[in-house]
Ligand binder design. Structure first.
Ligand SMILES: [Zn+2]
Length: 557
């Protein structure tokens, strides 16, 4: 019986017909979309009336079973799960009942009679991915098979490489990766994603190494780089289409001992809708920052190491303040997010357009608000200060560990303290910690002594531990790729300049003194912000301690 007959009443004829002609593996997903019903509900209905059993999870698949080629498994979307020697049967799980000659093929290849079970599409895909690595179907060399119509003719290697590279990028998007690294080793090519700031190895097919030159060439073609140049590093961009959106990817190559290493950065500009609220700033902090954002002039700085989310925050500020009455011009390197309604300029050092130079031109463009991606040198710093003193609101970032450090860094750059005092309005230091996966986080046992240690290390008020109910730690589940974390939260330290602090600055006091005074005046530190997030169960203590240790090391250096 055709399982589609079960849904006859809900399906228009032409739709049923088009479902019949589409590949068997895609039918369930399409049907679920059309009926706006979950795949498992549909599958249970099909299972009940076709004498197949439905399974919710795929346990113990036959991982090293070689009689069925990987290509056949991926094309027919099925996984062998058990062999019964006595009955001479093989159990397989798939997302649609078999049809055509599929069962005959399995018998021909295994000499076992197939027994089918049904499971949802994503679970089978995930299992195939776990068993054979990403892109395994694309790259497997197999001469199988014309007889079954679900199996396409063998493709040439070029097409397989293109499919493989596309699959790697798509999977990276799905896993929320920001970077993809192709790293040649002596005897293999490894692949890693950066997810929530951490590197995660990607399982790849065993034979990936033999395709290394072709994969590297494909990536270079996509970015219009010189394919034959393998000794010099190259940079480029790729526009990658996924469904209806175009993804901007920055690519760079670097010659290494065993071949070129290639890194991709997914800029995901069109998907980003970061707002100040979604950064994880709490209401108190927003109340402190917002009035400053509305001032007509002055400088607002965001500080932190690379990867601490500074440009995300700056862009969220731009979104917050943009209006038809304000002309906003930015100078960035690179432009990571497109923001509608503002004018974004990209630095280009090859033609000598650096931050300082671009900033000079921006000032002739009658801006109200200027965002300079980063202050790296004295020249940029002094132009930014001059701009703020001549009636512009200026946003920028600096590489310093904490908020007070930004003030002394500017002095070190040779800027007069009175200029700093009269222009800087607000300095926000920022870090990112990983957000515990809400689906699998677990309560963490702790003793009073543990807490005492943490409180000391973070220099937070011991009384805050009294409000403690539970701490949570990472576990790991399907939803979080077994990492225990999903996404990240910003930690913030907002130093609002006021008279007392300016006096310390004019007296050239140390960053430490300024910081301590600010804390006495009520500034929440990065450490206490991290502690609050751990108390809320949003992140784990180990995440907070990791960044606190880094801070301590940096302070000593
Ligand atoms: Zn999880």
């Amino acid at each position: 019986m055709d399982p589609l007959n079960l849904f006859q009443e809900d399906l228009p004829n032409d739709l049923a017909q088009s479902l019949r002609t589409m590949p068997r593996r895609e039918r369930l997903t399409k049907l679920a979309q059309e009926l706006e019903t979950a795949e498992d509900t549909i599958l249970q209905k099909i299972a009940a009336s076709t004498q197949h059993s439905y399974v919710d999870t795929i346990e113990d698949p036959l991982i090293h079973y070689n009689s069925l080629p990987i290509r056949l498994l991926t094309d027919a979307l099925m996984i062998p799960i058990q062999i019964n020697e006595k009955a001479q049967t093989i159990e397989l799980v798939s997302n649609w009942p078999p049809e055509g000659t599929l069962s005959d093929w399995i018998y021909a290849l295994t000499q076992l009679r197939p027994v089918w079970k049904l499971c949802t599409t994503q679970k089978i895909l995930d299992q195939i991915h776990d068993m054979y690595g990403i892109g395994s179907a694309s790259l497997e060399n197999t001469d199988l098979v014309e007889a079954d119509d679900t199996i396409q003719d063998e493709e040439d290697e070029d097409a397989a490489i293109i499919r493989f590279v596309n699959e790697v990028i798509r999977q990276a998007l799905k896993d929320r990766a920001t970077d993809i690294h192709f790293e040649p080793q002596r005897n293999n090519l490894t692949l890693r994603y950066r997810i929530d700031g951490h590197l995660v190895p990607v399982q790849v097919p065993e034979n990936l190494h033999q395709f290394q030159p072709a994969i590297m060439a494909r990536l270079k073609v996509m970015a219009r780089l010189n394919i034959s140049e393998r000794r010099r590093p190259q940079d480029g961009r790729i526009s990658f289409k996924v469904d209806d959106t175009t993804l901007d990817i920055r690519i760079s190559t670097l010659p290494t001992l065993f071949g070129e290493s290639i890194s991709l950065r997914l800029l995901q500009q069109q998907q980003q809708t970061n707002s100040v609220e979604s950064l994880g700033m709490d209401a108190d902090l927003i109340a402190k920052i917002e009035p400053v954002l509305q001032r007509p002039h002055g400088i607002i700085l965001v500080t932190g190491p690379t990867g601490s989310g500074k440009s995300t925050t700056l862009n969220a500020f731009m979104r917050k303040i943009r209006s038809p009455e304000r002309r906003i011009v930015t100078v960035e390197d690179p432009i990571e997010y497109e923001v509608t309604g503002i004018n974004q300029t990209q630095i280009n050092s090859e033609i000598g357009l650096n931050f300082a130079q671009a900033l000079r031109h921006v000032l002739r463009q009658d801006p109200d608000v200027i965002m300079v991606g980063e202050i790296r040198d004295t020249e940029t710093a002094s132009i930014a200060i001059r701009a703020s003193l001549t009636g512009h609101l200026v946003f920028s970032s600096l590489h310093t560990n904490d908020a007070a450090g930004a003030l002394t860094r500017l002095i070190d750059m040779g800027i007069e303290p009175f200029l700093i005092a009269s222009s800087i309005q607000l300095v926000i230091a920022q870090r990112l910690v990983r957000r515990l996966c809400p689906a699998c986080k677990q309560k963490q046992a702790h003793t009073a002594a543990d807490l005492q240690q943490v409180i000391q290390a973070l220099e937070v008020d011991p009384a805050t531990a009294n409000q403690l109910i539970e701490l949570y730690q990472a576990s790991g589940c399907e939803q979080c790729q077994q990492t225990g974390y999903q996404g990240r939260i910003g930690l913030f330290e907002a130093l609002k300049m006021q008279e007392d602090l300016n006096a310390l600055l004019l007296a050239r006091k140390s960053a430490y003194t300024i910081r301590q005074t600010a804390i006495e005046m009520g500034m929440q530190t990065l450490q206490s912000c991290g502690w609050q997030q751990a108390l809320k169960g949003a992140t784990s203590l180990s995440e907070v301690m990791r960044f606190a240790d880094d801070l301590k090391k940096a302070a000593k250096a």
